[in-house]
Design a protein around this ligand. Structure first.
Ligand SMILES: Nc1ncnc2c1ncn2[C@@H]1O[C@H](COP(=O)(O)OP(=O)(O)OP(=O)(O)O)[C@@H](O)[C@H]1O
Ligand code: SF4
Ligand SMILES: [Mg+2]
Length: 353
């Protein structure tokens, strides 16, 4: 299965058929099941989905940061010609923090409260670059300037708790950028922040991405947030990719009932009221015992007999006329013999797009 995207360059990261499980006393948690996607140089790929859908574990598998009970069972993740799933640990460590950087949700857990942020960023720079302390300090000031932290040389002397949440997240972004990564993985980088600060940090991330030309994977629960800053989206559910495509296509013409449900659940902030919020009824599957068929079947209003029996393939443009170039949806409704695919009412989510 090939998803034809409108890209002329080679992907910087190509993930194919990735499957990851955790093994516990209770059994095997099938967290990621056959996930494939590409990330192209200079683009922002958004990964969206409800809690437990496998967003973080997909990226943790690629970065080889799984907890001890987690194992990649199948698949590959090729970054610039090297399969990260089989790369020796030393080479992998060298790659992380050099070519690939990460930002996580809560900066307080990633920053050392007993050291100034300056000491921490200088240490990070010197861990990856053979530079003097003075040069690393100069670079730290440049980076603080880049992420728009006012009075950078003064703020380097502050401790993490002396920063607001938004500023702390900027410190984390500065650290992640300290070695000019080619790929930045940002896992829920703004969830802990209030909406206005969230927007500012995401806009900054977008600005930096286009200025520095790096590729970004941005993970979030929030389709509203993702619409503003990403180029393409991967919608995950039950450890699988349910739909993928360009942002505009998924917002105008979502072709998976789960994506349609997510879009309807975005609050319409533009109206000043939060009236259009209608969450998808039901809850995500237990990944210890995932359903045999489509993982969304128990919550899907379009479910048919086949849906509970077999997992549908990821249908692409070309398989059916309703999917656009670069768009793909894992749903039996795209099978040639299925009933007509229901249209989602675009007005229901236009305010959020
Ligand atoms: N160490 C672990 N042991 C067992 N199961 C785990 C472990 N870590 C994650 N899981 C399970 O793997 C599945 C995928 O988790 P993941 O963290 O990728 O979800 P997510 O989409 O990132 O959710 P969230 O939006 O809450 O961060 C979940 O069912 C989760 O419970
Ligand atoms: S495969 Fe069936 S249950 Fe799954 S989303 Fe499509 S219609 Fe719904
Ligand atoms: Mg997560």
């Amino acid at each position: 299965m090939t998803i034809t995207a409108a890209h002329t360059s080679e992907p910087i990261l190509s993930v194919k058929n990735l499957s990851t499980s955790f093994f516990s006393d209770r059994g095997e948690v099938k967290a990621v099941r056959g996930v494939s996607f590409d990330v192209y140089p200079g683009e922002i790929l958004g990964i969206v989905g409800e809690s437990g859908s496998g967003k973080s574990i997909t990226c943790m598998s690629v970065l080889r940061l799984l907890k001890a009970n987690g194992r990649v069972l199948d698949g590959s993740a090729v970054f610039e010609g090297k399969d990260l799933t089989t790369l020796p640990s030393r080479q992998m460590r060298a790659l992380r923090g050099n070519d690939i950087s990460m930002i996580f949700q809560d900066p307080m857990t990633s920053l050392n409260p007993t050291l100034t942020v300056g000491e921490q960023i200088i240490e990070t720079i010197r861990a990856h670059r053979q530079v003097s302390r003075a040069d690393a300090a100069k670079r730290a000031i440049e980076l603080f300037d880049l992420v728009k932290i006012p009075s950078p040389s003064k703020r380097l002397k502050s401790y993490p708790h002396e920063f607001s949440g938004g500023m702390r997240q900027r410190v984390m972004i500065a650290m992640a950028l300290s070695c000019d990564p080619k790929l930045l993985v940002a896992d829920e980088p703004t969830t802990a922040l209030d909406v206005t600060i969230q927007r500012q940090v995401l806009q900054l991330l977008k600005e930096l991405q286009s200025r520095l030309g790096m590729a970004v994977i941005l993970i979030t629960h929030d389709l509203g947030v993702i619409a503003e800053v990403t180029d393409r989206i991967l919608v995950m559910y039950g450890g699988m990719v349910m739909e993928t495509g360009r942002v505009a296509d998924l917002f105008e013409s979502p072709r998976h009932p789960y994506t349609q449900g997510l879009l309807k659940s975005i609050p319409d902030l533009s109206s000043g009221e939060h009236q259009r919020l209608s969450p998808i009824p039901g809850s995500p599957p237990d990944m210890l015992h995932p359903p045999a068929g489509c993982p969304f079947a128990p919550r899907c209003t379009h479910a048919m007999g086949i849906c509970t029996e077999a997992v549908p393939q990821l249908y692409c443009a070309g398989d059916t006329p309703v999917l656009r170039a670069g768009q793909a949806a894992r749903c039996w409704l795209h099978h040639a013999d299925a009933p007509e695919v229901p249209e989602v009412n675009a007005r229901e989510h236009e305010g959020a797009a």
